[in-house]
Design a protein around this ligand. Structure first.
Ligand SMILES: C[S@@+](CC[C@H](N)C(=O)[O-])C[C@H]1O[C@@H](n2cnc3c(N)ncnc32)[C@H](O)[C@@H]1O
Ligand SMILES: [Zn+2]
Length: 278
């Protein structure tokens, strides 16, 4: 399975699989959850500025993906993922998916490499679903805003799709020449929905800031592309889009959409590829 390291403070030793446990040579021990994921989170790391998605958001994202709303995005990302994995000299490139969520993208993009794939998320609900969906891969409950349970310079490709981007940790774990595949919502993602709920939908492009952050952390910018799709959403899909993007929070905003039964929306993502300078 995917090599992980011990998360007991200052230990950092290899974790070895023994039946349904992971054990380091200092005797620290982590049980496999019955759903098949590993909880490597330490009590002091549970708290985060953002504590992972709520169950409601995770389930909404799951329904959204099950309905196939991300199929075109997956198709678009497939050659990017292959390119990112191809930087590796090994046959089993080590892929780390930060903020893997309910686990649809991992098998869709790296399904032929279960041994080399690890998804990390802070939502128990999300990793549970992910582990059920692709049990051959490695799924870890951990906080991506803390020290990652991964050895220095051991990852060929880190992926963050609409998730956390802890650049100094991504840099620490990256092998020389490792790649990093990032997707963030583009400025007009779901703009029609935002305009309706917030009256004025804010357009905010983040990708140039991300290029700066990665450059400071020792990554060269390889490529950026804007992915876009128009899609008609029915009422249920509108509800899920609101729930999975935190935009359902304010009742008064939600109310503005109550009479809407269907809506044409823009889905848009900025996709970026970086490579670690040697
Ligand atoms: C918008 S979702 C994207 C999930 C998945 N990549 C996808 O595109 O379907 C963001 C994910 O990041 C996770 N997350 C948020 N904060 C986190 C943290 N500090 N550490 C690990 N995961 C975190 C959330 O629980 C959620 O599953
Ligand atoms: Zn240990």
């Amino acid at each position: 399975m995917f090599q992980l390291r011990c998360t007991v403070r200052n230990c950092n030793l290899d974790l070895k699989r023994q039946a349904t446990s992971l054990v380091c040579s200092s005797g620290h021990h982590f049980d496999r959850a019955k759903e098949g994921y590993w909880s490597l989170i330490q009590p002091q790391d549970r708290k985060s500025v953002k504590a992972g998605d709520t169950d409601t958001a995770v389930l909404a994202r799951h329904r959204w993906l099950e309905r196939g709303h991300a199929n075109e995005l997956i198709e678009f990302l497939t050659p990017w993922a292959s390119k990112a994995a191809a930087c590796s000299a090994t046959e089993t490139p080590r892929i780390l998916d930060l903020g893997c969520g309910e686990g649809s993208f991992g098998p869709a993009l790296f399904g032929n490499n279960a041994d080399g794939y690890c998804g990390i998320d802070l939502s128990k609900r999300a990793v549970r679903m992910a582990a059920r969906g692709w049990p051959e891969a490695t799924w870890v409950l951990a906080n991506a805003d803390r020290t990652l349970p991964i050895h220095d310079q051991s990852i060929d490709c880190t992926m963050s799709l609409f998730g956390r981007r802890p650049v100094s940790e991504i840099s620490r774990i990256a092998k020389p020449n490792a790649m990093c595949l990032i997707a963030v919502p583009a400025e007009d993602d779901l703009i029609e929905l935002r305009e309706k709920t917030q009256k004025a939908g804010h357009r905010r492009s983040r990708w140039k800031t991300i290029v700066d952050e990665f450059s400071v952390a020792g990554f060269q910018f390889v490529k950026h592309q804007l992915w876009k799709q128009q899609m008609k959403l029915d009422r249920e899909a509108i509800n899920d889009a609101l729930a999975m993007t935190y935009r359902a929070v304010r009742h008064s905003q939600h109310a503005r959409l109550e009479s809407v039964t269907a809506m044409q929306v823009t889905l848009a993502a900025d996709v970026l590829l970086f490579q670690r300078s040697v």
